[in-house]
Design a protein around this ligand. Structure first.
Ligand code: G3I
Length: 320
């Protein structure tokens, strides 16, 4: 058969987020998931609200299913994400815990979860979106109760639990050189100065065909982080269509060319470990819930036909 994206003839990993509902109900979904990708990230079931259902309960049932599927298909696993402002269980947000208690909860969580997957998870997103604020425009519970040092603690505990795992920080809207990516850079420099055990920097890559992402700037932005002697990775790529004024076939071409740019940029930056897509079929994507438009952000359509974006990625990886 024709080579799928995961053929071993190239240097970067190509991953995808996996949606557990589709995984449970849709055989076509599982077939493509196992065939095309060499890295799997759970879209939701490795997050705290799912895995830490109460102060003394951990639930790995759904995450274990994805991990065992990944192993059967020789896919590596990225754990996402340990500490984030969002998807925090209600028993924590409503618990009224003080700083020491919350630190205790965080430590216990990280040691348990990273310990459970020790040796199985290649990389963890330890802290997700540290520059972000939650929907109510407030700091995350971690930052507001513990202070900015919560980041250092999280990395140190994750390293203690699995010294081999690559530990990432992750952020959105940081693909280009701008105020937000400058803040990201400064935050990471601080971590390195304090000898926090961080190995990698994630750039989510939730992009939009109506926005310009100059290729050279993408590369130089990734390079300045790589020059800190860290890995870099595109962690959640998807590309929205709605905002382009052009007819649909044109938008699909724009989308394809932007996907190709991301792949090329990762190939060009020596320390770029890979590109992870935030799903692969327009049948299952978080985007329409967010934008209230179909937006068709992924590389297979809702009927599992490859889109121009799929072919563009394949060509970027293997040539024509
Ligand atoms: O599981 C519950 C279900 O029990 C309930 O009945 C239903 C009703 O709303 O909600 C279900 O939970 C939803 C969950 O996805 C699982 O489907 C949440 O409402 C929904 O908010 C949640 O959305 C996820 C989102 O993170 C949460 O912020 C998206 O699927 C997921 O793609 C998205 O992923 C994030 C990355 O982790 C970090 N970067 C941004 C990215 C997009 O927001």
């Amino acid at each position: 058969r024709e080579a799928a994206l995961n053929t071993k003839k190239r240097s970067i990993s190509i991953g995808t987020a996996a949606n557990i509902d589709a995984f449970h109900t849709d055989e076509n979904y599982k077939k493509i998931l196992g065939r095309e990708f060499d890295l799997l990230v759970a879209e939701n079931v490795m997050k705290m609200d799912v895995m830490h259902t109460n102060i003394d309960t951990f639930d790995f049932s759904q995450s274990d299913e994805l991990v065992s599927f990944a192993k059967q298909h020789s896919m590596q696993i990225e754990g996402a994400n340990l500490i984030w402002s969002n998807q925090v269980p209600a028993w924590i947000t409503n618990g009224g815990y003080n700083r020491d208690e919350l630190l205790g909860i965080m430590k216990d969580y990280i040691l348990n979860v990273v310990g459970h997957y020790k040796g199985q998870v290649k990389s963890w997103v330890v802290v997700n979106e540290p520059l972000d604020t939650n929907e109510a425009n407030q700091k995350s519970i971690w930052e507001s109760v513990i202070g900015p040092q919560y980041i250092d603690y999280a990395f140190r505990w994750a390293h203690e639990a699995d010294p081999q795992a690559k530990l990432y920080i992750n952020e959105f809207d940081t693909e280009l050189i701008n105020e937000k990516s400058n803040s990201y850079y400064a935050l990471i420099q601080g971590l390195l100065q304090r000898k926090v055990p961080i190995n990698g920097v994630g750039f989510e890559g939730h992009l939009d065909v109506a926005i310009q992402y100059p290729y050279d700037q993408l590369v130089s932005n990734l390079n300045r982080f790589a020059d800190l002697d860290l890995q870099v990775q595109i962690t959640e790529a998807d590309i929205k269509l709605q905002n382009s004024p052009d007819p649909l076939p044109e938008k699909f071409k724009q989308q394809a060319s932007l996907y190709a740019d991301i792949i090329h940029a990762c190939q060009e930056v020596k320390q770029c470990s890979g590109v992870v897509l935030w799903g692969f079929t327009d049948r299952y994507t978080w985007i329409p819930n967010f934008t209230h438009h179909p937006d068709q952000p992924l590389i297979f359509n809702a009927q599992y036909q490859p889109k121009p974006a799929y072919n563009a990625i394949k060509e970027a990886l293997f040539g024509k």
